[in-house]
Design a protein around this ligand. Structure first.
Ligand code: NAD
Ligand code: GLY
Length: 348
């Protein structure tokens, strides 16, 4: 069954569509540029193309992988758009995971000072997180997502059938972001996740829709992450350091976030924000999907220093996103270094 959610931010109002991908009416746009990668293109491009009727449609196939979310690929997209003479009434379509939606969103945001883009996310992580909310960008040699802009899509189409071809490890990684959003914003949703099985298509659809609805609400309140949206970074402050220390090779993003959640929870427990029982419930839910992974910190001081590379760090003040019970979140910026070192020590 198809459903829609409307999201209204300060800069854009758009519809997030759920259900089997139907015909895409793109008559309002002068030209269409669909960007995907070789993997997703090989699996799904024919089906998606059969849904688009437009007399001026071009396709750009990129190389797969996070390592290609960079300036070189960005330039490739921009050059291709110029070559195809896309104008300000044109639209780019991002078909793929978070890497594709981030870079195509960014390219469309700077092309001729900004044209429209549509997201068709094909990974669980992109469906529940990256495709909604307008954070776009690329990585540089200094770190992940350090260059980019807020540019909202004009529409999002979420069809969980795309996930049938997704490798299991990628699927599980996306579940971490679902658990993240439940812990931060909705106790009942968390309780639903404890009872359901996300490998069951009906449960999965419900969980994807609920996650997106919660994210849409947060983004509508705080598009530019000046307040409540920072809650979506629960687990990420620790997780980003884990990704950095393992050079983005050993763990998928969701796996690192899950390990980051476990660390954030120890801090939340020590700060009196989470009871032992609540901490265990979150652990158990992550464990159900094999996400309760242990990261061994080799050097706690070096790990601590890497927190200062986080985009949330301002004026050398660390910001930790911690659960305040299950269903609430709090941003803490006055936690003593000793307390943080105590937590890191438990993982060393
Ligand atoms: P990804 O885009 O690299 O996709 C993971 C892998 O799955 C890739 O090899 C891809 O080709 C393949 N794939 C995609 N769809 C498939 C399908 N249906 N079947 C088979 N294979 C498929 O990774 P991701 O986890 O989707 O996204 C991670 C990226 O998203 C990171 O760059 C992260 O920074 C970004 N991100 C952005 C936001 C945001 O709000 N903008 C939020 C979370 C993550
Ligand atoms: N993925 C975090 C955010 O969109 O704010």
């Amino acid at each position: 069954m198809s459903t829609k959610i409307e999201i209204s931010t300060q800069t854009e109002r758009y519809v997030i569509n759920f259900g089997i991908l139907e015909k895409l009416e793109l008559g309002e746009y002068s030209k269409v540029l669909l960007v995907t990668n070789h993997v997703v293109g090989g699996l799904h491009l024919d089906r998606v193309m059969s849904k688009i009727t437009h007399q001026d449609l071009s396709i750009l196939l990129l190389d797969d992988g996070e390592e290609n979310k960079n300036f070189v690929t960005l330039q490739k997209i921009i050059d291709f758009a110029l070559q195809k003479q896309l104008d300000r009434k044109s639209v780019m379509i991002a078909l793929g995971g978070g890497v594709i939606s981030d870079i195509v969103g960014f390219a469309s945001g700077i092309y001729q000072r900004g044209i429209a883009f549509i997201n068709i996310p094909t990974t669980l992580l992109a469906q529940v997180d990256a495709s909604v909310g307008g954070k776009t960008g690329i990585n540089t040699t200094y770190g992940k997502n350090l260059v980019g802009l807020f540019h909202q899509p004009s529409a999002v189409y979420i069809d969980t059938d795309f996930l049938q071809t997704l490798p299991t490890r990628e699927f599980i990684s996306g579940i971490a972001e679902i658990i993240k959003i439940a812990v931060c914003f909705d106790f009942e949703f968390f309780a639903f996740l404890e009872k359901c099985d996300l490998k069951n298509p009906q449960d999965l659809q419900k969980a994807v829709q609920k996650s997106v609805a919660l994210k849409a609400k947060v983004v509508a309140k705080d598009e530019k992450e000046r307040g409540v949206r920072a809650g979506l970074n629960y687990g990420h402050t620790f997780g980003h350091v884990i990704e950095l220390e393992t050079e983005y090779k050993k763990y998928l993003h969701g796996e690192a976030v899950a390990m980051g959640i476990l660390m954030a929870n120890v801090l939340a427990y020590k700060e009196g924000l989470l009871t032992l029982q609540e901490k265990d419930r979150i652990f158990q839910l992550l464990q159900t999907y094999g996400l309760a992974l242990h990261y061994e910190i080799k050097n706690t001081e070096l790990f601590y220093q890497k927190f200062f590379l986080d985009k949330k760090t301002q004026n050398q003040k660390l910001h930790f996103v911690l659960p305040d019970g299950i269903g609430n979140v709090r941003i803490c910026n006055d936690i003593a270094k000793d307390r943080i070192m105590e937590v890191l020590g438990e993982f060393s």
